[in-house]
Design a protein around this ligand. Structure first.
Ligand SMILES: NC(=O)C1=CN([C@@H]2O[C@H](COP(=O)(O)OP(=O)(O)OC[C@H]3O[C@@H](n4cnc5c(N)ncnc54)[C@H](OP(=O)(O)O)[C@@H]3O)[C@@H](O)[C@H]2O)[C@H](O)CC1
Ligand SMILES: [K+]
Length: 221
């Protein structure tokens, strides 16, 4: 059965129902998301330096899980956060703290020159800046990070959604992460099917986050 693409609201509903109705924990969903994404990244880009760009929300939280699992696989991985880590909350803050306590290579950047310097030797850039919680034009360092990443020769991998794409309308920001591969969770998003978005997605890989099949079926997935 072809899995139906979901709207932002439907994806968030799956997330919330898995927690509220099935008793799953957000941290478990994030761990499944990050570990699954790290395994796809390892298969897709089996060598070189990996830079994970992290934002403020749970998309950024996925990035800290991804970095931890890639480090466990022996990869050379570095996290660049465009916000101070104490600005994170909930599951994202929990995973940022685990990464910091584990002495993973985490850099908080304050300007585009710092981003350019750190991104320079990346063979792979993973976009964990914004996911389904993005609203409006990219603000501040998010736009700079995307523009700088797009100028490199690195393989670009978007997590859940290429930053700059609106998951419902498919519209692309002036600065949209130009992905070679998009690793998306639970289901593809409605906006992926629209022309403006399709040029930024690259190949799409779907990663399960462990949500029960009964719940997915109720959403046509
Ligand atoms: N069930 C699932 O699919 C799971 C998904 N996961 C991941 O979680 C994200 C969604 O996380 P969320 O925290 O809701 O949203 P984001 O991470 O996309 O963004 C959050 C914050 O970013 C700021 N923001 C929003 N728009 C912009 C913008 N245009 N420019 C700059 N910053 C922006 C905003 O914070 P402010 O306080 O600054 O307004 C947002 O709060 C999903 O995509 C998956 O990756 C879970 O990991 C597992 C389950
Ligand atoms: K993203």
């Amino acid at each position: 059965m072809k899995r139906l693409p979901l709207t932002r609201e439907q994806v968030q509903s799956v997330d919330q129902r898995a927690i509220q109705e099935y008793g799953m924990l957000g941290l478990v969903l994030m761990e499944n998301a990050g570990r699954g994404a790290a395994e796809v990244i390892q298969r897709s880009a089996s060598s070189g330096c990996i830079i994970v760009l992290c934002g403020k929300g749970n998309n950024g939280g996925d990035g800290y899980v991804i970095a931890r699992h890639l480090d466990l696989m022996g990869r050379d991985v570095r996290v660049i956060s465009v916000v101070p880590t104490d600005a994170l909350s909930g599951d994202a803050a929990a995973n940022a703290n685990i990464a910091l306590r584990a002495d993973l290579d985490v850099h908080v950047v304050e300007n585009q020159a710092e981003i350019e310097q750190l991104v320079g030797d990346a063979d792979v850039i993973v976009d964990c800046l914004l996911g389904t919680g993005a609203t409006g034009p990219l603000r501040g360092l998010y736009a700079d990070a995307v523009r700088i990443a797009n100028r490199t020769q690195a393989t670009r991998i978007a997590i859940d959604v290429p930053t700059g794409i609106d998951v419902d309308t498919g519209t692309a920001d002036l600065h949209t992460f130009n992905a070679d591969l998009t690793i998306t969770f639970v289901a593809e998003k409605i906006g992926f099917g629209l022309q403006q978005a399709s040029q930024f997605l690259g190949q799409i890989e779907l990663v399960s986050i462990g949500v029960p099949r009964k719940l997915l079926r109720q959403h046509g997935v």
